[in-house]
Design a protein around this ligand. Structure first.
Ligand SMILES: *Cc1c(COP(=O)(O)O)cnc(C)c1O
Length: 392
């Protein structure tokens, strides 16, 4: 059997975007209401309310109408001024990348960078802040997806808050898949989206914004207005009585609405638990096959992605192509620095189900064997089942 590489896969087990929940797909097919129809304005206000519940924040969150890179870039453009000293924390490609946006708005930049299979040490952040009292903005990526590793943002956030600096958090690929909320980490701007653990398509940014971040943006004359990059333009758009700065992505808002309903109805704790269990089962299987996790320490491996170090002598692109061609399964490569060094198996939204650990291990192990690398798949399945059964 060969699956054509240009045909739809059987299963997508990537680290985002992921396939959407069937109910979300159906919501995308709803009538496209006129944005100033009172029915849509009320709906929009209600979706923002559900976001606020899901994000467990006392401030009203914001939707920006582009996938989360828009939110990250908008956060840098709106919050950071030339008077700020920015501390960028880089433990991977996304964390590093934020520094380049930040550098557009302030020349004063410091960075802590660790190898991309490690996490940021909060003590190092505390030391850096102490040595550089001028630091006024700190940026951190929670789950640096191309590494599959988690930074301790709640601890980092507490340290940054003590110092008084503003905190920008990229939680795009962790929110909804594990316990993380804007106020848990004391974020001033918390960027996430529907297209990873909430199981909706890529098209929107979900932003948590603190009171003082609104104030800092308003005090910044260079903060974008009348622009796609503007956060300020959307401050009051949540209200059915206010105008939208431009047309919102109506169908995508419908999809987000149902994704939030599913998340809240299942119960966030239950959703996080199936992400964690799927990751644990996958990891047990990977180790049982004699393979290595990318993360230097299993404790920092994300519950929403398992990054597997590419065995010596294996071409990673060929490995993924074999997984796709033989078994119809799609996995993610690394990016930038991690490209070619690891393969990522996503556990996000609809694919955060333990049975997908079995599918991933079978396809990955099978492909390795096809490329001549020993991969005892039976042992992997036994190990994964032991984890799944222990949780039953
Ligand atoms: C997916 C993701 C984003 C959104 O960016 P894309 O590369 O366009 O998908 C931002 N930050 C993180 C950590 C992500 O995983």
């Amino acid at each position: 059997m060969r699956y054509a590489l240009d045909a739809d896969p059987v299963i997508t087990l990537t680290s985002g975007p992921v396939n959407a929940y069937p109910d979300v797909l159906r919501a995308l097919a709803r009538t496209v209401l006129y944005d100033y129809d009172p029915a849509f304005q009320l709906h929009y206000e209600q979706v923002i309310g559900k976001m606020q519940t899901a994000m467990r924040t006392s401030n009203r969150p914001v939707i920006l109408h582009g996938e989360p890179v828009l939110g990250l870039e908008a956060a840098a453009a709106s919050l950071i001024t030339a008077d700020d000293t920015v501390l960028n924390l880089a433990s991977g490609v996304y964390g590093k990348g934020f520094g380049y946006w930040a550098a557009r708005y302030s020349p004063n930049q410091l960075e802590i960078e660790v190898p991309y299979n490690q996490a940021i040490d909060p003590q190092q952040v505390a030391d850096m802040l102490k040595a550089n009292p001028a630091i006024s903005v700190v940026a951190v990526c929670h789950h640096d997806t191309p590494s599959g590793t988690i930074n301790p943002i709640d601890e980092i956030g507490a340290i940054v808050a003590d110092h008084g600096a503003y905190l920008i958090v990229d939680a795009v690929s962790s929110f909804g898949g594990m316990k993380t909320h804007p106020e848990d980490c004391k974020a001033d701007i918390y960027v996430t989206g529907p297209n990873k653990c909430l199981g909706a398509p890529p098209a929107l940014t979900m932003l948590g914004v603190s009171e003082r971040a609104w104030q800092k943006m308003k005090d910044n004359p260079a903060a974008p207005r009348a622009s796609m990059l503007s956060i300020l333009d959307w401050e009051n758009a949540w209200s059915r009585d206010e105008a939208f700065p431009f047309t919102p992505s109506v169908a995508e808002v419908n999809g987000l609405d149902v994704a939030l309903d599913l998340y809240l109805a299942e119960g966030p704790e239950a959703v996080w638990a199936r992400h964690a269990l799927t990751a644990a089962a996958t990891r047990a299987g990977i180790l049982a096959m004699g393979l290595d996790l990318w993360a230097a320490d299993a404790a920092i491996a994300s519950p929403t992605t398992t990054a597997v170090r590419t065995p010596e002598g294996i071409d990673e692109a060929k490995l993924r192509a074999t997984v796709r061609e033989r078994y119809g399964v799609v996995m993610s490569s690394g990016r930038g620095e991690t490209l070619g060094k690891l393969t990522r198996i996503g556990h996000m939204g609809p694919t955060a189900q333990p049975i997908y650990a079995i599918a991933a291990l079978t396809a990955f192990g099978g492909a390795l064997q096809a490329l001549g690398h020993p991969a005892p798949v039976g042992k992997a399945i036994d190990a994964a089942l032991a984890v799944i059964d222990a949780a039953a």
